[in-house]
Design a binder for this molecule. Structure first.
Ligand SMILES: Nc1nc2c(c(=O)[nH]1)N[C@@H](CN(C=O)c1ccc(C(=O)N[C@@H](CCC(=O)O)C(=O)O)cc1)CN2
Ligand SMILES: NCC(=O)N[C@@H]1O[C@H](COP(=O)([O-])[O-])[C@@H](O)[C@H]1O
Length: 292
């Protein structure tokens, strides 16, 4: 039985903190690019809320800081590039989310190291351009160099890069060109069961052999190494005593599909906020005062 637990980390501000209650008065300032701390008196004030300077709470609780330009327009529709190496079921779910309104974005490019994989076939059948990266050893004329890949992503106006079962190392050129804009989904609860050599069914085999009672997908920002970037979201899946790796993989993949569409939806609605200690959080769509 999977338990869908979003590790919610509500901020427990101390009693005397100006952030604890909704009665906090907010000193209005002229809207400008500013640092904003998130606390609101009521929905009415929230609408009229101006930018306020970050006020350090008495507690040691890390503060949420974000830059806003004071605009209240709906976030523009985002352009997404998805990287796959296999069947692409996460890619397909994200693409469906773009069509059904769950995701305020469009997949404008599919990148793969295996041009005949299932994800590439799905992209071609849906009119999405397919690029090969990195260059294939067997067909060096086919495929892009790291700098060519960065150029193409920029030419297409890509806002976010989404890795979904992509099995090659993203080069530092791309990581540096798209800071805080490359996400990956891993089929285990990082930082456990991640790193070089741990991908696909190998991950689930390692989880079962370890005796872990829970597994589940992790969505994280991508840095220069495998699976070491900042964790953005996870959900828990119970490991059953006699699970085979394939049975566990199936349950985890089901959770991946739900979690990735939810997270990409938040990314495209600009609901990612960065805590001052560098931890990224997702702002609750129904209640902007809450983060998880
Ligand atoms: N710079 C980054 N690149 C990539 C990351 C990342 O976090 N930073 N995530 C991976 C995805 N991934 C786990 O989520 C992962 C994929 C592949 C491997 C791996 O060991 N690959 C083998 C080659 C496998 C093959 O060619 O079939 C290897 O490098 O020897 C580990 C983790 C995507 N890129
Ligand atoms: N470490 C990377 C890794 O193992 N990624 C995993 O590959 C599968 C791709 O499935 P899909 O192609 O059907 O989306 C997914 O389970 C994803 O978490």
């Amino acid at each position: 039985m999977e338990s869908r637990v979003l590790f919610s980390s509500q901020f427990n501000f101390p009693v005397n903190s100006p952030f604890k209650t909704r009665e906090t008065s907010i000193a209005p300032l002229t809207p400008s690019r500013n640092v904003l701390s998130f606390s609101f008196r009521s929905p009415a004030e929230r609408c009229a809320m101006r930018i306020v300077p970050l006020v350090k709470a008495a507690s040691s609780a890390p503060q949420i800081v974000a830059e806003v330009d004071g605009s209240r327009d709906e976030p523009r529709r985002k352009k997404l590039a998805v990287f796959v190496s296999g069947g692409g079921s996460n890619f397909r779910k994200i693409h469906e989310g773009c069509s059904d309104g769950s995701v305020n974005g469009d997949v404008v490019l599919l990148v793969t190291n295996k041009k005949d994989c299932g994800g590439a076939e799905y992209a071609r059948s849906n009119g999405i351009p397919v690029l090969v990266f990195p260059k294939s050893k067997r067909e060096p004329s086919d495929g892009l160099s790291p700098s060519e890949l960065v150029d193409v992503l920029r030419k297409y106006g890509v806002d976010f890069v989404l890795l979904a079962g992509y099995l090659k190392l993203i080069p530092v050129e791309l990581v540096q060109a798209f800071p805080k804009r490359i996400l990956n989904i891993h089929p285990a609860l990082l930082p456990a069961f991640g790193g070089k050599g741990l991908y696909g069914i190998k991950v689930h085999k390692a989880v079962i052999e370890s005796g872990a009672r829970y597994s589940g997908p992790t969505i994280h920002f991508v840095d220069e190494e495998y699976d070491t970037g900042r964790i953005l979201a996870q959900s828990a899946v119970r490991v059953i005593a006699n699970d085979t790796p394939e049975e566990l993989a199936k349950r985890v993949l089901h959770e991946e599909h739900k979690l990735y569409v939810e997270v990409v939806g938040a990314i495209c609605e600009e609901r990612i906020k960065w805590r001052e200690d560098g931890v990224p959080l997702i702002q609750n769509k129904q209640n902007p005062d809450e983060y998880y």
